[in-house]
Structures are given as C-alpha cells and as structure tokens.
Design a protein around this ligand. Structure first.
Ligand code: IPE
Length: 263
C-alpha cells in the first residue's frame, strides 16, 4: 500500500443539492483550511457533482449507462463540472495549497484506466502538487457518452494506487443503522462481497435527484474498494477535521468499512 490518502468530497458537501448550480462556499473554505494543515500524508482529491453535474444530468436525462445523449447535455454537464472544479481549485490556491485540476479523461479512456495517467496522480501528490479530479461526462465511443461518477473514479484510482487511506466525505456522519433512529454504524465488515452490519441490512434514503445512485451506490463502491483490502472511511465533510484526522489514521466519528485483508 502507498502512503497516500484518496479523498472524495461529495457533492452534498461542496454544493447545495437543492439549489441548482450553487456551491457551498463556506463548506469548501472550511475544508480547504483543514486540508491546508494536512502535511503528514500526500493526498489526491476527487469531487462529486452535487447541484452542478447532477442538475444538468437530470435535465437532459443522462445516466451512467453509455448512450448517445443529447450533445447539448454532454456539453453543459462537462462545463458545469469544470466550473465546480475551478471553484475548488481556486479555494485551495487561496489557502496556500498547490492543486492541479484535471478531468477523468486525462487518465481514463472509455472509463477504463490509463495506467500511466493514474500513476502520475500519485507521483504528483508525492511531490507536492495535489491532483483534484471529478465525476464527469465522459466519451465512450462514437456518439456514446456516460456519466462517470466520482465514486467510480475512487474505485478505479484506489484499485491501481492502493492508497493507505480512502475517505468518502458526505453531508452525513456515516452510515446509519436505519433512517429512523439515525444510529451511526461505526464499523462494517464485508460479507460475500456486500456490506452488512452484524445485525441488519442498512437503510438508505431515496437517491432523489442523484443520477448516480445516492448513498447506496456510494456504499457499494466503498465496499468494492474494501474488498481490495483497503479500509474505507465514510465521514461527515461538514466537519472537515474528521477528513484530515481520518487521513492521518486517527480514530474519528464515521463509518469504517473494513478492508478484507485488514484485521
Ligand atoms: C457526479 O459525480 C458527476 C456528474 C453528475 C457529472 P458523483 O456521483 O460522484 O457526485 P456526488 O458526489 O454524488 O454529487
């Protein structure tokens, strides 16, 4: 495993999901202040779409399934994600970090990894530049495009780099036992490849306007990473100290999905 942290900033943290094309600038700033203090370990950032990419994806009825979507939709989803990336990159610059925004098309092709490009992400991070990539609308072949979610990118990058820390930040503390009690599940062990707690399956709210599948999809992706042997932490990104403490390997409030090979 490489001594590097792979951190996903969910769209629910960095945007207001119910306000089209509105970034949560306070949350972004608070995260930047916290991340600027993270000197112990290099890191790579992946961010989601929230009310940027998802807003247009819903409007143009575009999904993760490759299809010849409306060209206008392809254009505006990508543009909105680049705009959100710029907001994050600029906030990081303002807080003294050295981010480098790059779309997934620079290290994947038809959603498959380009090995050298992914290796470069880790090398950049290890040498003081922070790669900041994002879920995006990507070209598949001919007229076909697909939404490539930030969560899927996490699996793809983690699968090759094998980071020592994998962190998903959302707007909730982690996984709740059920939507009613909101009791946090501190740890999940994988059973037969799916994530289950000791006593019961986990409850999820509806995906709502999220074209890539909401929390359920996120946990499936996190479980996929854990099945490769890495621990995955789900934390509340609105409490940014938890992100950086998780990256430092400290015990934090959140849900840990145990890597299959870890004890
Ligand atoms: C979505 O990425 C990207 C687009 C809709 C283009 P994610 O699916 O990772 O975004 P969030 O974190 O759930 O908002």
């Amino acid at each position: 495993m490489k001594d590097i942290a792979l951190i996903k900033l969910g769209g629910s943290v960095i945007t207001f999901k119910d306000r089209p094309l509105e970034a949560n600038t306070k949350a972004i700033r608070d995260i930047c202040i916290a991340l600027a203090g993270l000197k112990e370990i290099p890191f790579i950032i992946v961010h989601g779409g929230g009310s940027f990419g998802h807003y247009w994806s819903v409007k143009y009825d575009m999904h993760t399934k490759p299809a010849p979507y409306d060209s206008r939709g392809v254009a505006v989803v990508h543009e909105s994600m680049v705009a959100l990336n710029q907001i994050i990159v600029n906030a990081m610059l303002e807080h003294g970090m050295n981010p480098y925004g790059l779309p997934p098309s620079s290290f994947t092709s038809s959603r498959r990894p380009i090995k050298s490009g992914i290796a470069a992400l880790a090398t950049m991070a290890a040498n003081g530049v922070i790669p900041v990539t994002f879920g995006d609308m990507v070209h598949i072949k001919d007229a076909s495009y697909s939404i490539f979610s930030g969560d899927s990118l996490m699996s793809l990058i983690a699968g090759q780099i094998k980071p020592s820390r994998v962190i998903f930040a959302t707007n909730v503390d982690g996984i709740y036992q059920d939507m009613h009690s909101k009791k946090l599940v501190a740890e999940i062990e994988l059973q037969n490849g799916s994530a289950k707690t000791g006593s019961a399956d986990i409850g999820f709210g509806p995906a709502g306007t999220d074209v890539t599948g909401g929390m359920k999809r996120k946990v499936a992706e996190a479980a996929k990473i854990a099945s490769l042997g890495m621990d995955v932490m789900l934390v509340n990104g609105l409490e940014p100290a938890r992100i950086v403490d998780a990256a430092r390997g400290k015990k934090v409030v959140g849900t840990r999905i145990k890597g299959l090979l870890s004890s």
